[in-house]
Design a protein. Sequence first.
Length: 215
Amino acid sequence: MTIISPSLLACNFLDLREVCNMLNESEADWYHLDVMDGRFVPNISFGLPVIEKIRTATDKPCDVHLMIVEPGKYAADFKSAGADHLIVHYEACPHLHRNIQQIKDLGMKAGVAINPHTPVQLLDDILQSIDIVCLMSVNPGFGGQEFIPHSLSKIQALRKRIDQLNLPTIIEVDGGINLDNAGVVVQSGAHALIAGTTIFNAADPKKVIHQLKHS
Ligand code: DX5
Ligand code: ZN
């Protein structure tokens, strides 16, 4: 069954406790938490204190997506704040292997996110070491953008490679996921869907989570 990871970037932060209660009751598998630094991406979101609070409101795994430069400086802090998965950007990490080792040594699952222009083939020499690939289907930095269609062939190629190598690596697809494209994204090989706007702008977010899960 497809893993669903709602991106809280699109929720109403004034209602954070109710949002967590709703997600806990829903079929959502993970919480996707987008951290932006205004340097790696042209936007600033939220950081450690907010994640610390969210951690106290759920037992579901927190999938923390770091859109920041020098993520290694903060990996231990995100572990303390409650991250279960720590995802760093390929484009932000000249010493990616070291970053991955650090995340694993801290006891978290390690993920690598790639921007729309980054070929999946560049992951070939790190794929065996990572738990999650976050394949960006929009340019990171903002919620509510349109899914980039070329992402589908990237998902297919990556899934083929992961299956060839018989790896347990999870492919999560992040950005522009909606009820119209979720099916084809899963058919292309995604294991996990991240969705913000589609879930939190809906009149019935739990129903949308259910629909995404069964797409
Ligand atoms: C984009 C973030 C995404 C985003 C997804 O920089 O990484 O997780 O919040 O939001 P939607 O589903 O609205 O594209
Ligand atoms: Zn994200």
